[in-house]
Design a protein around this ligand. Structure first.
Ligand code: HEC
Ligand code: HEC
Ligand code: HEC
Ligand code: HEC
Length: 163
């Protein structure tokens, strides 16, 4: 009997740990990440599938000038210090842990807020990160339209209309 309780307790502990990690952090470098953060009540825009592995390896190898900080181009610590030495197997905190407010603030609502205050919103932090590098890439490659192979910078390119 006693053994059985221990087993149940162990399973419960493991399940809790698994859940906690699932919500807040991951260690695996996934091929693709469906950017549909669960902290949101609902997504108003279509969901982006982010090609994480391509971004972390292929694009980084092709464009070292855009990836001076390696993984740290996107991952940083609580002081915004780039995690340049990050590797697969390390625990990575999700953006939402620090850029805590689910949603995107812009226009009238965002008036008077500093960049940092806007980046408390999860989508603003994500957008700032993605767009900054894409703009540099497009400029460097002299690419204008998506057909030419430009990296996405407009709303519709990343959030095509829901069908
Ligand atoms: C480089 C791709 C990219 C571009 C460009 C982009 N977004 Fe996003 N957007 C994302 C990603 C990724 C998320 C994060 C969604 C998540 O993790 O849940 C997001 C989140 C959002 C959200 C919050 C989630 C939701 O569905 O309600 C809104 C609103 C949004 N974007 C609107 C816009 C608007 C408006 C523009 C243009 C001004 C824009 N985005 C440009 C990729 C992009
Ligand atoms: C171009 C930006 C970018 C680069 C470069 C990048 N990542 Fe990520 N990574 C992300 C984003 C965005 C997420 C999703 C985070 C979230 O959902 O909050 C993520 C998530 C992760 C996760 C967690 C997956 C999960 O299950 O939650 C790990 C681990 C990770 N990255 C490791 C790495 C490592 C190691 C490198 C370098 C080899 C790297 N990343 C490079 C943007 C990037
Ligand atoms: C451990 C906390 C933490 C995590 C996790 C985190 N950030 Fe940040 N981030 C910060 C802090 C603190 C700053 C500095 C304040 C600011 O500029 O908004 C910052 C700044 C930024 C900036 C501005 C960078 C600059 O130097 O101009 C962007 C863009 C950003 N974060 C995007 C992200 C994305 C995307 C993720 C997930 C892949 C992420 N952050 C994960 C804490 C965090
Ligand atoms: C450090 C630079 C960098 C950052 C940061 C970055 N990207 Fe990219 N991204 C690229 C490059 C370079 C390309 C074009 C690659 C090519 O065409 O060879 C690209 C292309 C893309 C594409 C089209 C091709 C594909 O792989 O799907 C999407 C969609 C995309 N990025 C989404 C995102 C999102 C979402 C984010 C933010 C979470 C992001 N990117 C952040 C460098 C970056």
């Amino acid at each position: 009997m006693r053994k059985r309780y221990l087993l149940i307790a162990a399973v419960a502990v493991m399940a809790t740990l698994f859940l906690a990690v699932g919500i807040y952090a991951g260690t695996e470098v996934k091929d693709e990440i469906k950017m549909e953060n669960k902290a949101y009540d609902k997504h108003t825009k279509s969901v982006q599938t982010f090609t994480h592995l391509k971004h972390a390896k292929e694009y980084a190898e092709k464009h070292p000038d855009l990836y001076k900080k390696g993984c740290g181009e996107c991952h940083h610590d609580k002081d915004n210090k780039p995690l340049t030495q990050l590797k697969e197997g390390d625990e990575v905190q999700n953006c939402i842990e620090c850029h805590k407010k689910p949603g995107y603030i812009k226009g009238k609502e965002a008036k008077g807020l500093t960049k940092e205050q806007k980046r408390e919103y999860h989508a603003n932090a994500i957008h700032d990160n993605c767009k900054a590098c894409h703009k540099k890439f497009n400029k460097k490659m002299k690419l204008k339209s998506k057909d030419e192979g430009a990296a996405p910078v407009t709303c519709k390119q990343c959030h095509p209309k829901k069908k």
